[in-house]
Design a protein around this ligand. Structure first.
Ligand code: PHE
Length: 452
């Protein structure tokens, strides 16, 4: 995207630039931190199966919907809903998107802060400074959590201020492939460790009897979180998208990248969990439930790097956490961009003021989370597991019944010649009108019914 002065909208420089930016938004802590943790809580391979299914049945169609609404209106979610309908309910829905973004980012920066802490842990450990290594990796240290979270937030704000294109496009183009290469090498390494086989089995051999409503809900939440859906991040990114581009095709690339990287991360982390367990780390309690919680990967991955040992351990461990920080950054940028562009568009504030204001408020909330990390699970449940699919449901209903699929078609046809004769059109239309909203409503409905 060319740098945006206060109100005129930039666009992504190239098609690849857009795909990279959207993939950068999708690939992040969701793939490497959240996916393995939620899977370890929810029966391994059975979860993977349902997750993959929901990505294609709900995630991909909703992604196309968000991008087309964004490109049509060239607005943030609140502005986009307002532009296509005067119904106040949808303005409120737009606000819900902005609120989800704010809430998710407020814990996202804390976890991203841990990736910075662990980068330093690797270095201190290598140089034999064990007490420093221990200090910097103590994720119960509130002030330390605040420090690294604010550092991460500061970097996010400065990227948003610098205009997006060059930064994100470049970072994603070179660093994502590096992340993939490192993960693949680590997978090969871990396979030779004692205990790893059991983890791999847990990951790849499904026990379908483990499927229940909790698992399905968790898988849906993960699909939305990982693909950056349901809170208008891709409405906002779509608003910078050139009319020449083919939206369904771009969305397919982004979905493919994201799922591919999540799959690889699971292939690394599940066996690592079992390896660490074979070494005496307590991962599951006697009743079989996960004890580690949100800190899981930060407990087991360093084990792996220390196991590798020496300079090799440092190189892999250091680079891994550095790349993870950057992957988190390309996602946090998109989370911050939603409320920021809302303030810019709707309240006529400069980009600089808006980013600092929103970033400041989110930082404040994150301080509380940094001191009480048990809040992460609750906030994540309300805003990611329930909030994002709810947003996705509203987006489907809005597109299908307010804006209407025929109008969406006119938008999609720009960049997709012959859409009319392509199988994509009738299939997507049925999904967005019926299948996606019905499935989301069913899964959310049963859960909410179950809670009361
Ligand atoms: N998809 C990002 C990740 O997996 C998180 C995110 C969620 C970003 C929602 C934007 C919107 O880390």
């Amino acid at each position: 995207m060319a740098t945006t002065p206060a109100n005129s909208r930039g666009t992504w420089n190239t098609k690849l630039g857009f795909i990279l930016a959207a993939a950068g938004s999708a690939v992040g802590l969701g793939n490497i931190w959240r996916f393995p943790t939620v899977m370890a809580e929810n029966g391994g391979a059975a979860f993977l199966f349902i997750y993959a299914l929901l990505v294609f049945v709900i995630g991909y169609p909703v992604m196309v919907a968000e991008l087309s609404i964004g490109r049509k209106t060239r607005k943030n979610p609140v502005g986009a809903f307002k532009a296509l309908s005067s119904n106040k309910i949808f303005t409120l829905a737009g606000f819900w998107c902005v609120i989800c973004g704010v809430a998710i980012l407020s814990f996202y920066v804390v976890i991203a802060g841990w990736t910075i802490s662990y980068f330093f842990e690797q270095i201190f450990y290598y140089f034999g400074m064990f007490s420093l290594a221990e200090w910097v990796s103590n994720i119960d240290n509130g002030w330390l959590n605040v420090g690294v979270a604010l550092l991460f937030m500061g970097i996010t704000i400065s990227v948003i201020l610098g205009g997006i294109s060059q930064g994100i496009e470049k970072a994603v183009r070179t660093l994502m492939p590096m992340l993939v290469v490192i993960i693949v090498i680590l997978i090969v390494y871990v396979m030779f460790q004692p205990g790893a086989g059991a983890g791999l089995r847990e990951y790849l051999v499904p026990d379908f009897s483990a499927i229940n409503m909790d698992l399905i809900l968790a898988a849906m939440g993960q699909a939305f979180f990982s693909l950056s859906l349901g809170m208008g991040a891709l409405i906002t990114y779509g608003s910078y998208l050139n009319r020449k581009e083919n939206i369904p095709e771009a969305a397919a690339y982004v979905t493919g990248f994201d799922v591919g990287i999540a799959f690889l991360a699971g292939m690394l982390i599940m066996p690592t969990i079992y390896m660490a367990q074979a070494e005496g780390l307590v991962i599951y309690d006697d009743a079989g439930s996960l004890v580690a919680g949100p800190a899981l990967i930060f407990q087991v991955l360093p084990e792996l790097f220390h196991e590798m040992g020496g300079i090799i351990g440092l190189i892999f461990g250091g680079t891994f956490f550095l790349l993870l920080t950057i992957a988190a950054l390309t996602s946090s940028i998109s989370l911050l961009e939603v409320p920021t562009s809302y303030i810019i568009d709707e309240h006529n504030v400069s980009r600089k003021k808006a980013a600092i204001l929103v970033g400041g408020v989110i930082s404040l909330i994150s301080v509380f989370i940094a001191f009480d990390t048990s809040l992460i699970d609750d906030i994540d449940f309300i805003f990611s597991v329930i909030g994002l699919p709810l947003g996705g449901f509203i987006i489907c209903i809005f597109l299908a019944y307010i804006w209407k699929t025929e109008n969406a078609k006119l938008e999609l046809e720009q960049g997709f010649k012959n859409l009319d004769n392509h199988w994509f059109w009738p299939v997507w239309k049925v999904f967005i009108k019926f299948i996606c909203p019905a499935l989301i409503a069913l899964i959310l409905g049963t859960t909410i019914y179950g809670i009361f």
